[in-house]
Design a protein around this ligand. Structure first.
Ligand SMILES: Cc1cc2nc3c(=O)[nH]c(=O)nc-3n(C[C@H](O)[C@H](O)[C@H](O)COP(=O)(O)OP(=O)(O)OC[C@H]3O[C@@H](n4cnc5c(N)ncnc54)[C@H](O)[C@@H]3O)c2cc1C
Length: 379
């Protein structure tokens, strides 16, 4: 009898799981004992960290995009219809055209930035968290002649360090152009320090003070007046800006919310070690789709994929799933246009940023290219 694995979502997490599983179980797939199906909602696979570089005119969408079918092992069934329902009781995924039964399901539907969730933000603000947003921001940044650039952040969001990278890169960008003295950079954060990870917050504040970047904590964007160019904090204070760059509230995928599987923001309650959906032994959740207290990052998805694939193989062979995810994440942090640092941490060990260097910046740029090997399950 053929066992069927469905992976829902063809982003970082879903693609890595599908490829690693197919490689590890090639014999079973070729003999017909195993079927691996990846259900996505688009033919394209976009490397999202590229958006940051697009905003600074350091790259274009084409170089960060591949066709999903060419990234996948040839024996993976790829369907790009988009799921409209996840029926965990009936053990099937429903798309507008078909229904797919599964023995095991891996949900990897990610998260998305919701610019419409704050009144006035879509009209009055910019974001580098979407391809269209990054493209629009490229022109704003290039044409900016001076004034206040304000960054607002809602948590949790993808890549917890990307807003820091943005502000440090903006600092260098306008220094290089020669108008930094005309540009006021203002970074805000919703809690009582400038980053949710305390060691990162302490390090970042020193950098801000060294570079003349202003910062404000307990800033929760409530509304934006696009005409007057004012951002309103939840405490009632008004903040005029010339260019507003927002990391807006993030939500889990619509299909997760429609199926009633997520919390109020659409993130799926997930066991932090086994990565199984709470209450379901046959469903794994991975990447941004989980409600775990870990960074929503491609590196997190990468480390989680290791655990999910090894445990799936065990279970397909009738063994108990013995691998556990330890909360590991790794993030490069661009500290300007030519230097970077990195942090790595897990559930037990906090991060410690190392001194920035040009070499780390080149590592980050190299990973932008090497990512495609990771997605294929080679690295
Ligand atoms: C500007 C920016 C910079 C970043 N920088 C970094 C970085 O430097 N390092 C790092 O590690 N991470 C970084 N990230 C974060 C990283 O890109 C995400 O955390 C990662 O993509 C999460 O992987 P995922 O597979 O969970 O979600 P995604 O990669 O978003 O994939 C989810 C997939 O599910 C699909 N999907 C959704 N709904 C359905 C449906 N109904 N049916 C079928 N498919 C569906 C989506 O189309 C998508 O293809 C950055 C992100 C951004 C936006």
């Amino acid at each position: 009898m053929t066992r069927r694995i469905i992976i829902l979502g063809g982003g970082v997490a879903g693609t890595m799981v599908a490829n690693r599983l197919a490689k590890s179980m090639e014999d079973e797939i070729y003999s017909g004992a195993l079927e691996v199906t990846l259900i996505g909602d688009t033919d394209r696979h976009i490397y999202q960290p590229g958006f940051l570089f697009m905003a600074f005119n350091e790259g274009f969408l084409e170089q960060f995009t591949r066709e999903e079918k060419y990234l996948l092992h040839p024996k993976i069934n790829f369907v790009a219809d988009g799921a409209v329902n996840i029926d965990v009781e009936g053990k099937k995924i429903i798309t507008p055209k078909q229904s797919f039964a599964y023995d095991f399901l891996v949900i990897a539907t990610g998260s998305y930035p919701d610019m419409d969730s704050v009144p006035g933000l879509a009209a009055g603000g910019h974001t580098f968290y979407t391809p269209e947003g990054a493209e629009r921001l490229r022109y704003e940044m290039l044409n900016f002649q001076g004034g206040t650039i304000m960054v607002t952040i809602d948590v949790p969001h993808k890549c917890p360090v990307a807003p820091l990278e943005f502000i440090f890169m903006a600092d260098d960008y306008y220094r290089d152009i020669g108008i930094r003295d005309k540009v006021r950079l203002k970074y805000t954060y919703p809690i009582g320090r400038v980053h949710s990870l305390e060691p990162v917050a302490k390090w970042a504040v020193k950098e801000f003070e060294k570079r003349g970047i202003e910062y404000e904590v307990f800033f929760n964007l409530e509304a934006v007046d696009p005409e007057k160019k004012i951002a309103y904090n939840m405490d009632g204070s008004e903040h005029p800006y010339d260019l507003l760059v927002a990391v807006p509230p993030h939500r889990g995928a619509r299909v997760v919310r429609d199926a009633g599987l997520g919390d109020e923001d659409g993130f799926i309650p997930t066991d932090r070690y086994t990565l199984k959906m709470e209450g379901r032994d046959d469903v794994y959740v991975i990447g941004d789709a989980t409600n775990l207290p870990v960074s929503k990052a491609g590196s997190t998805a990468h480390y989680e994929a290791d655990v999910v694939v090894k445990n799936l193989i065990s279970e397909l062979k009738g063994l108990p799933p013995s691998h556990r995810y330890n909360g590991k994440a790794f993030c490069f942090i661009e500290t300007g246009m030519n230097e970077a640092t990195y942090i790595t941490f897990n559930y037990k060990q906090p991060p410690r940023p190392v001194p920035p260097s040009e070499m780390l910046h080149w590592f980050k740029l190299s990973y932008n290219e090497m990512y495609w090997l990771s997605a294929r399950g080679i690295l």
